[in-house]
Design a protein around this ligand. Structure first.
Ligand code: AMP
Ligand code: ZN
Length: 476
């Protein structure tokens, strides 16, 4: 089986072959920590997580690097607008570092709830300004920069491959189709490597540099940190599709101008947007949804993960609460099914045993779906096929489901334990008797008695769930 990925660089499906056998260098652009991540941003990180988990399941040692942008990101990616961090700090009456610290913690709180694995390396821009300056010096020494109006710019006309990722045609590039915002730029596509005399007099964080006291442009941090942790050429770089035209295009330009090696990154993976009825969800547009909004509305973070896995990462997805309800119901059926299988199997299957027969065929089909550019909707369908197939022995089905969950991360093993740990037969009989008694009490509208039984069971760590098919119970 070979993993194929859609490479934005070249716009085609390609078999994944790492630069170094058995190892994968993976860089995913991290959050700008001036506000909470919205659920669209979280789609990007669930996509990265699914890819990293898939690669690890294929036996690769993956070094996953994620940056934290805590300096230099303007509200317009093209060096225009306000500084996101400074503006947020001013609005909230806090320092930039306090804001960064608060929203970084909030971000990892969200990713943890979504079962997104912590990257191997998490690196903050403010802690890597030395590396950025060193990289800019190399770019300058290679003749790709000019100083103008106090800032240091990247001159895109010096790099013949500029815009390859974004499919910019060379004529358009020269003609300068982008709207001119910064009069200091020779070409509208040029971008800032280092700001000194900037429009932000109140810039909170500044550093000394060969070009004067100032701060880095946004794009340089990703080049500097990925090269530091993954080397001058590495395997995969990921992010949302909004980054193709400017941010990633400029990251490539800087990195290749510094190292003079091409290609800097072998595979570029971009997720499509999550949209709302109003259009693309974005922080600057306001009114965006966070994971906490969904939790406050009574959903589980994994309902949202399930919702995302139900669509291919390269399809646009429209968020709605109706669709999220669908995901919640499906996940509930899934966990119920898993618990029933575990209960029937009389415990959890031993780990390490070979998965054989029909269960193995489902697992193979599951892996094949992921091999085809991470087709998670089909992978989920294979999981469902496995669980519904009465010809597959329960223990085999569970074992195969656990293997699938190494990528899906829907806590299938936890649910199975809930089913398996229901207790000894006598205790189960006693609980069932109490349930029957409660049913009788409800029939005669003795709700006080029904509630008493519910509370007695709760004190013993047993939770009752009233559903359309009657009452079920589980341990807390
Ligand atoms: P930011 O914190 O704005 O730099 O964005 C973090 C990640 O989320 C980037 O990879 C973006 O491309 C991605 N992103 C932003 N908006 C959306 C959206 N509505 N749907 C999916 N991904 C998004
Ligand atoms: Zn980046």
């Amino acid at each position: 089986m070979a993993l194929t990925l859609y490479n934005t660089l070249g716009r085609k499906l390609q078999v994944f072959e790492p630069i170094r056998s058995g190892e994968v260098g993976f860089y995913g652009c991290g959050p700008t920590v001036y506000n909470y991540a919205h659920i669209g941003n979280l789609r990007a990180y669930v996509t990265h997580d699914t890819l990293v988990r898939t690669l690890r399941e294929r036996g690769y040692t993956v070094t996953h690097v994620m940056n934290i942008t805590d300096v230099g990101h303007l509200s317009g990616d093209n060096d225009d607008g306000d500084d996101k961090m400074v503006k947020s700090a001013e609005e909230r009456g806090k320092s930039v570092l306090e804001i960064a610290d608060f929203y970084t913690k909030a971000f990892f709180n969200d990713t943890e709830r979504l079962n997104i694995l912590r990257p191997t390396v998490v690196c903050k821009a403010t802690e890597h300004v030395g590396e950025m300056i060193a990289l800019i010096k190399r770019i300058e020494a290679n003749g790709f920069t000019y100083q103008s109006g106090g800032n240091l710019y990247f001159d895109i006309t010096k790099l013949s491959a500029y815009g390859e990722l974004a499919l910019l045609n060379p004529d358009e590039r020269k003609a300068g189709a982008r709207i001119e915002i910064d009069a200091n730029k020779r070409n509208p596509y040029d971008f800032v490597l280092w700001f000194t005399r900037s429009k932000f007099e109140n810039q909170a964080l500044v550093w000394d540099s060969p070009w004067g006291r100032g701060y880095p442009g946004w794009h340089i941090e990703c080049s500097a940190m990925s090269i530091k942790y993954l080397g001058e050429q590495f395997d995969i770089h990921a992010g949302g599709i909004d980054h193709i035209t400017i941010h990633h295009t400029n990251e490539i330009a800087q990195s290749e101008a510094a190292t003079l090696k091409h290609p800097w990154v072998k595979y570029w993976v971009h997720n499509e947007f999550l949209i709302q009825d109003k259009g693309k969800m974005s922080k600057s547009a306001g009114g965006f949804l966070t994971l906490q909004t969904l939790l406050d509305a009574g959903y589980d973070a994994l309902d949202y993960r399930y919702f995302l896995l139900g669509a291919h990462y390269r399809s646009q997805v429209q968020f709605s609460y109706e669709a999220l309800d669908g995901a919640r119901n499906a996940r509930k059926s899934l966990t119920d099914r898993i618990r029933v299988l575990a209960e029937k199997a009389g415990g959890l299957p031993e780990g390490g045993a070979e998965i054989g027969g029909k269960a193995a065929a489902y697992l193979e089909a599951f892996n094949k779906a992921l091999d085809e550019d991470l087709n998670t909707p089909r992978a989920l369908a294979e999981l469902w096929g496995l669980l519904r197939d009465s010809a597959v022995p329960g223990a085999d089905a569970l074992r195969a489901a656990f293997a699938m969950d190494a990528v899906l991360a829907l806590t299938i093993a936890v649910e199975a334990r809930r089913g398996a740990d229901k207790g000894n037969p006598e205790e189960i009989a006693e609980i069932e008797a109490l349930l029957a008694e409660r049913g009788e009490a409800k029939k005669v509208k003795d709700f006080a008695a029904a509630d008493r039984i519910r509370n007695t069971l709760k004190e013993r760590g047993i939770l009752l769930e009233d559903g359309p098919k009657g009452v079920t119970w589980r341990r807390l």
